[in-house]
Write a protein that binds this ligand. Structure first.
Ligand code: T46
Length: 142
């Protein structure tokens, strides 16, 4: 069985925000603000409204931040599913290995930033839900 901690719904991680009369600067350092190094940055823009994701990663950790606009993130660990609204540039969600994710309900101005722990590797993706469940079940020894 997964540990209790693994099964606890994730809360959004507060990020270091420096606000003054000019605006707000948000700083994120790998291994300081996040429990993993940052090896890759990508962002998703121009969203059509079609949902994205529908996969899990075997080893990748990521922090997802809606730096503009909002979206809904659905995270499924094979046991429970949790929904999160990302709508603040100073809050991020740590999405961990073996968490199936779906992103939906993007606002027209949504910019979704991802900070990832490793370089892009298609072999790290599980894009088939039955395979995801089988691997999670095997990992959990169920
Ligand atoms: C994730 C969610 C939150 C690359 O060539 N390099 C990259 O670093 C990435 C992330 C993607 N790609 C290519 C692979 C595909 O041909 O970009 C194309 C679109 O990727 P994908 O369909 O995987 O996009 P999403 O939005 O479904 O998923 C992405 C990330 O891939 C994924 O790791 O967790 O955002």
């Amino acid at each position: 069985m997964p540990s209790l901690q693994d099964r606890t719904p994730q809360s959004l991680l507060p990020l270091r925000a420096f606000a003054d009369a000019r605006g707000t600067l948000v700083a994120i350092e790998g291994e300081r603000d996040l429990p993993f190094p940052i090896a890759r940055v990508y962002y998703i823009v121009g969203l059509s409204g079609e949902a994205r994701g529908f996969h899990a990663h075997r080893a990748l950790d990521q922090l997802l931040v809606c730096v503009a606009g909002s979206c809904r993130l659905i995270v499924d660990d094979g046991i429970a599913t949790h929904e999160h609204i990302l709508d603040r540039p100073d809050r991020g969600l740590h999405v961990k290995p073996y968490q199936w994710r779906e992103m939906r309900d993007f606002s027209a101005d949504c910019v979704l930033l991802a900070l990832a722990s490793a370089a892009y590797n298609e072999a790290d993706y599980i894009r088939d839900y039955p395979t995801f469940l089988a691997e999670v079940t095997a990992r959990n020894g169920r």
